[in-house]
Design a protein around this ligand. Structure first.
Ligand code: NAP
Length: 291
């Protein structure tokens, strides 16, 4: 198939690479062209704008950073929805606002294009290994048409309902991750203060009832003092902010999420906005006098 891909950062480059390796023709755009280089060297075609991507592709995927980026690539000047062409389905895999997913779906539908919101979970490793969980909202017929493409990038794919339902499901994921991350960091902080070897602690507690993706992957990075992204702190702050806004609109109080959101704002204030989310450990160490 002729597939458009916009956003070739940490996640997008691997996900698009799997589609390319499966034999699809890629039409690629990214803000920084250099980051699309490996895909271009493997035969993808560079497009100068998002609308050029739509013009050339049957299906267009996006994996950009923030909701404002999603708005720009879909609705901005030379955006995806400003071009006519063979495009039948557009799929936003960015973690973004549910209401924005609904607006894009409405505008796209008025142009005869079906839209899906399909955020992912599984991290940079899940993207590299094609083991992502992909949660999809939108039109079921469009989902059925592109499910075979999701299968190339992920291991667990679920259709969750109407437009925005994928993003709402991702918020459930992020609320759970928020609680898990503070647990991971406080547990390893305690291990370190009591003189235990952090890796040895993860070897055992990562296999029992406290097991999680976060302790077994990000906990390991903390033990190695590796705070590279993975998943940017500033993206996690964005996700928690969306979840808190949605919850407020529903008269729903989520005090655990609010606490972790505040702590991560502190992590960013300490200069770690572009570090991985495991950098929460640094802010908590700092609170404890940096032992
Ligand atoms: P990233 O490395 O920053 O990738 C985003 C890419 O989109 C960048 O290459 C960026 O361009 C490009 N981009 C942003 N705005 C653009 C625009 N207006 N036009 C064209 N290109 C644009 O981030 P990521 O880690 O891949 O994450 C992408 C999304 O997935 C985020 O919403 C994040 O919350 C979500 N997510 C991430 C993970 C993870 O573990 N990393 C896991 C699940 C979900 P530049 O190259 O110029 O910056």
């Amino acid at each position: 198939m002729r597939i458009g891909w916009i956003g070739t950062g940490i996640m997008g480059k691997s996900m698009a690479g799997h589609l390319q390796a499966a034999g699809h023709d890629l039409f690629v755009y990214n803000r920084t062209k250099e980051k699309a280089r490996p895909l271009l060297e493997n035969g993808a075609t560079w497009c100068a704008t998002p609308s050029e991507v739509t013009f050339n592709s049957e299906i267009v995927f996006t994996m950009v950073g923030f909701p404002r980026d999603v708005e720009e690539v879909y609705l901005g000047e030379n955006g995806i929805l400003t071009a006519a062409g063979p495009c039948r389905v557009i799929i936003d895999m960015t973690t973004s606002r549910p209401d924005l997913a609904r607006s894009i779906a409405e505008i796209a539908m008025s142009q005869g294009i079906a839209s899906l919101d399909a955020p992912v979970s599984g991290g940079d490793i899940g993207a590299q290994e094609a083991t992502l969980a992909i949660m999809v909202g939108g039109y079921k017929k469009a989902f059925d048409e592109v499910d075979h493409l999701f299968q190339i990038m992920g291991k667990t794919i679920s259709f969750m309902g109407k437009p925005g339902a994928g993003q709402h499901t991702k918020m459930c994921n992020q609320i759970l991750i928020a609680g898990t991350m503070i647990g991971v960091c406080e547990s390893l902080l305690y291990a370190s203060k009591t003189g235990l070897n952090e890796d040895a602690v993860i070897d055992i507690i990562g296999k029992g009832a406290a097991s999680s993706w976060c302790i077994n992957n990000l906990g390991r990075r903390i033990a190695q003092k590796n705070y590279d992204p993975g998943f940017f702190v500033e993206h996690f702050i964005k996700d928690m902010g969306i979840a808190l806004q949605e919850a407020e609109a529903l008269d729903l109080t989520l005090p655990g999420l609010a606490l972790v959101h505040q702590l991560y704002i502190g992590v960013k204030a300490q200069g770690h906005g572009r570090s991985g989310t495991q950098a929460l450990m640094l802010a908590l160490k700092n609170l404890n006098g940096d032992f």
